[in-house]
Write a protein that binds this ligand. Sequence first.
Ligand code: SDX
Length: 435
Amino acid sequence: MASDTLTVTDNRTGKTYTMPIEDGTVRAMDFRKIRTSDEDFGLMTYDPAFMNTASCRSSITYIDGDRGILEYRGYPIEVLAEHCTYLEVAYLLLFGELPTAPQLKDWVNEITHHTMLHETTRKFMEGYRYDAHPMPMLVSAVAALSTVYPNAIKVHDPASRLRQIKRLIAKMPTMAAMTYRHSVGFPYVYPDNDLSYTENFMNMLWRMVEPKYAANPVLARALDILFILHADHEQNCSTNAMRSVGSSLADPYLSVAAAISALSGPLHGGANEQVLKMLDEIGSKENVPAYIKKVKDGHEKLMGFGHRVYKNFDPRAKIIKWTADQVFEVTGRNPKIDIALELERIALEDEYFISRKLYPNVDFYSGIIYQAMGFQPSMFTALFAIPRTAGWLAQWQELIQDAEQKIARPRQIYTGQRQRKFVPMEERQHAAAVK
Ligand code: SDX
């Protein structure tokens, strides 16, 4: 009877080793028993970019990359996007169950009453250059909240954790809106507790002199759906940063600041802004074949395409395409969608993309919607960071409560020199240019 074990033979010694297979994995530490002598450190696994390494056990988000399946706490993303609000989904991610009506009412009330920022944040914001990019502003503003809430360092205190979680989810839209208002030189708009989470975000972004901001309900709902789609995505780059920094028991503000930094990269959350730049560079449907050729010649990447996990369609991209139609009913059609659709049509027929299993990901269409709604491209990744905060915090809380987790500290394969003889200054030759 086959057993859930792996037996390997070390051909250097002829010894065989049997290790348990659990949940489709073997423990990397079991390889350390494979040694050539008592002095031998033992085998390590080598996995740059963690292509094939599970770093944790998690019950928050499930992805099946081959079937294009995404579930939050077991609920399909399509169902949540259709029936829930973003705050309802944030509750699900954090507490594991959909809230009852009283629970949701209390949760929304709590978040609504934590949207204000300490006034020092305003002064902090005023220190940035007039043309500062929202993402570095957001990173530093979130990190600065660590100075406002020093008790956040009590990461093993559930009540303190919950207070910081509510504050972060509530204040992210306020801070993101401040980065936008700073970039256009408009006065900051304070939160309006009469409005929903996304309506209030729109209020803090776009209210001018009118006494009360009236959000277009179709656009507010579209933003809520986009926030749901971006709320979590298991162990992506920025969540890995959140978990790694959180594993040192740093407070959640500094951990989220690290996650926002990771998200800002063009290969990750920064891709949505790059997609718009790419579509602007292409300029028209007629220029698409020439751009595709540049991609296939390796001179460009097709931004918004490809994914480490999805080797079929990204289910979020399908919902975003549907949402685009709702938004365009209100805003008018963004002509860039025609270029994007032509790019997708050609790419999905082309062997280069098919053989590499490259399909549109969550970032391919989101920027087109955001632009149609009136957002500047530089704000797009901040629109990703706001909803992903709930996912980062859910993953962080799971890490803190996981008895198996310790401070993250990978090993390395050392390729440098050893035991070099010291060279006094007068004997040093001009060092070869540092590569
Ligand atoms: C997000 O991880 C997550 O879950 C992330 C995310 C989330 O919700 O948190 O889903 C959000 O970050 C989505 C991804 C957004 N990024 C982009 O759209 C940037 C463009 N995409 C790529 O750079 C790339 O596809 C990645 C970064 C998304 C995935 O990279 P991998 O898994 O490391 O794949 P790879 O770079 O090794 O590519 C494999 C092959 C290579 O070709 P060969 O060397 O084998 O010839 O596919 C090619 C790559 O050159 N390729 C692309 C491509 N993506 C991969 N070629 C052209 N255009 C692309 N976009």
